[in-house]
Design a protein around this ligand. Structure first.
Ligand code: GLP
Length: 241
C-alpha cells in the first residue's frame, strides 16, 4: 500500500487530482469508477481545472458511477450521477456515451444490478477505482456487514449516509432508503484503487480500516488485501496512522 499525505485540504485536492490525471495521461481508453461525496467533490473540481487550464483530455476516459439512490434520476440534483455531472463530467470533454450510470429509476433494480455488473465485465473491468470512506467504514453503499464476495446489488442506505445526505435531499425522510452499489468484490476486481480521506472525522476509521483486522464489519478493511492500493489523505485524516 502506498500512502500519500498532504498538509491541508487544498494540497490534498490538488495532489489527488494530479495522481488521477497522471493515469489518464498514461493509459488511453482508461476505465475509471467515480465515487461521490464531500471528499471527492474538491478533487473533481481540481480535475476540471486541469482540463480547463492544462488541457487534461477526457475524450478517451470511460466513466462508471459507483453507486446510486433508488429512484434518483439524473434530473434529481441529489443523485450521484447529477453530482458527478455537475462537479466534473459537464466541465470536461468526456463523451456522454462513455458514462455508465446505474439506471436506478427502473422498476427491477435486481435486474439492473445484474446488467450493470455484466456491463463492467464486458467493458474489460475497471482500471482505476476512486473511493471515499464513510465514518462507519463503508465504501460505496457497502455498509458494515457487506459480504466480501458481493457484487453490484440492491442495498439499504445506511444511517451515516442518510444523515450526511439529508440536506441534499431536503430532509432525512426524503433520502431514499434503498440504493444500488457496486459490491466489495466488484471494487476489489479493479486494477488500481485510490482511497481518499480528509479531515479529523475520518482519522479513527481510517486507522481501523488500514491497520486493524480485515473484517466485514469494516468494509474498507478489505482494501488492505488489494495489490495496488494508494491512500491519499490530508494530515488530519492520517493522524491515527
Ligand atoms: C457516501 C458514498 C460513499 C462516500 C462516503 C463518504 O455514502 N456512498 O461513496 O465515499 O459516503 O462520503 P464523504 O466523502 O462525503 O465523507
Amino acid at each position: 500500500m502506498k500512502h500519500i499525505v498532504e498538509t491541508d485540504e487544498t494540497a490534498f485536492n490538488r495532489r489527488s487530482a494530479l495522481e488521477i490525471a497522471e493515469l489518464i495521461k498514461q493509459k488511453a481508453d482508461i476505465r475509471i469508477c467515480f465515487a461521490t461525496g464531500e471528499t471527492t467533490k474538491g478533487i473533481y473540481h481540481e480535475l476540471a481545472e486541469l482540463h480547463r487550464h492544462e488541457g487534461l483530455d477526457f475524450s478517451q476516459v470511460t466513466a462508471f458511477v459507483l453507486d446510486e439512490y433508488e429512484g434518483a434520476s439524473a434530473d434529481n440534483p441529489a443523485s450521484c450521477l447529477a453530482r458527478l455531472n455537475d462537479q466534473l463530467f459537464d466541465r470536461v470533454n468526456i463523451k456522454k456515451s462513455n458514462i455508465s450510470a446505474i439506471a436506478s429509476t427502473s422498476k427491477d433494480l435486481h435486474q439492473i444490478s445484474k446488467e450493470f455488473e455484466q456491463h463492467i465485465g464486458q467493458a474489460g473491468g475497471i482500471d482505476l477505482m476512486l473511493l471515499g470512506i464513510g465514518t462507519n467504514g463503508h465504501i460505496g453503499f457497502n455498509e458494515p456487514g457487506s459480504p466480501f464476495h458481493s457484487t453490484t446489488r440492491v442495498v439499504p442506505i445506511g444511517e451515516d449516509t442518510i444523515h450526511a445526505r439529508a440536506e441534499m435531499f431536503g430532509s432525512r425522510e426524503d433520502v431514499p432508503k434503498t440504493g444500488v452499489t457496486m459490491g466489495i468484490k466488484t471494487i476489489m476486481n479493479s486494477r488500481q484503487i485510490f482511497l481518499f480521506a480528509k479531515g479529523v472525522n475520518k482519522a479513527a476509521m481510517l486507522e481501523k480500516a488500514l491497520c486493524g483486522p480485515i473484517t466485514q464489519d469494516i468494509p474498507a478493511s478489505v482494501l488492505q488485501l488489494h495489490p495496488a492500493l494508494t491512500v491519499i489523505t490530508d494530515e488530519e485524516a492520517a493522524s491515527g496512522l
